[in-house]
Design a protein. Structure first.
Length: 316
């Protein structure tokens, strides 16, 4: 780590009121170690990509994403497949990847830990989807990609309220969706290492997970999920019953989740999703908490990898 760019969104996260002071403290930690460090404030939605490219052209060997999972997601799209390292500094509303890496919530303490971190090549997920404008696009992800109720949650979230109420807003909106959402079916074909030509199945919610620890109330959502896996840890709901959703959530809270006729967990290699014939339901897809678009959708492990700064205490 010789030349570092700190990427941050000045309009997001839990540190808005004191963001400048926090960033100055983070920069001081780096500069005291002889590292050339600058801060890059995103100027508009989607501006992060070009700002990162410019920093890399200027010699940056490390990008520190100072924010939540959304900021990391933006940096990911540029850095996958390159030797430039990505480091995570938790300053957002949702900090699932930082939690999985075992990073402290304090940005300064997180940077101090990253100074001793090791760069590792990490497989990432890739989701191909239909954007809101009708074009086919793809995005990388490191935390999770979802189709169904969780993506509908991202569709409903108000950015201003999210900045004001933080994680509590997720809980409130999740409750509202549980009470009022219809959980419409779509079709999914799930390929595994044992079954390469599976049949299409009716599913109401699908979540492809890449980390073991989300933090918060869900904590360990799917046993066996891990950043180093070259398979996707998948949970799929084969029911529209809101009570089955509630029972699974309660099982996660108590660490008792398992397979049933309504909810299945498995390791997948490729997942394809499409509308049911004749369906006119609005079914969304999200990745790393960012609303992307809709179906058809394909989820797989990308051939490219990410150079990620892994703290020494991170479990493999």
């Amino acid at each position: 780590m010789r030349k570092v760019a700190l990427l941050y969104n000045p309009a997001s996260g839990q540190y808005q009121s004191r963001r400048k002071a926090v960033l100055e403290n983070v920069l001081a930690v780096l500069r005291n170690q002889g590292i050339e460090a600058t801060a890059l404030a995103t100027s508009a939605p989607g501006s992060a990509g070009e700002q990162i490219r410019e920093a890399v052209r200027g010699g940056a060997d490390t990008i520190l994403a100072c924010g939540g999972d959304g900021t990391i997601h933006e940096a990911l799209q540029v850095l996958v497949g390159t030797p430039v390292a990505l480091g995570v500094v938790p300053m957002g509303t949702a900090n699932a990847l930082a939690c999985d890496l075992g990073l402290p919530i304090s940005p300064v303490e997180a940077v101090e830990m990253l100074l001793k971190a090791r760069p590792e090549q990490i497989p990432v997920g890739r989701v191909t989807y239909r954007a809101m404008d009708g074009t086919e696009r793809s995005r990388y992800f490191t935390v999770a990609a979802g189709i169904g109720a969780d993506a509908h949650l991202m569709y409903r979230l108000d950015a201003r309220l999210k900045r004001r109420f933080g994680y509590a807003l997720y809980v409130v909106e999740a409750l509202r969706i549980w009470l009022g959402h219809s959980f419409p079916y779509f079709e999914a074909r799930i390929q595994t290492q044992e079954e390469s030509n599976p049949e299409w199945q009716q599913i109401s919610q699908l979540l492809a997970v890449r980390i073991s620890d989300f933090g918060g109330i869900l904590h360990h959502l799917i046993p066996g999920a891990a950043l180093h896996n070259r398979t996707i840890s998948l949970v799929s709901f084969r029911t529209r019953s809101r009570w089955r959703y509630l029972l699974f959530t309660l099982a996660v809270l108590f660490g008792r989740q398992g397979n049933s006729s309504a909810v299945k967990m498995q390791q997948a290699t490729v997942v394809e999703c499409r509308f049911l014939n004749g369906s006119n339901s609005r079914i969304f897809v999200e990745a790393d908490g960012e609303l992307l678009g809709g179906m058809p959708v394909k989820i797989e492990i990308a051939t490219e990898t990410l150079t990620l700064l892994m703290p020494s205490n991170t479990s493999r």
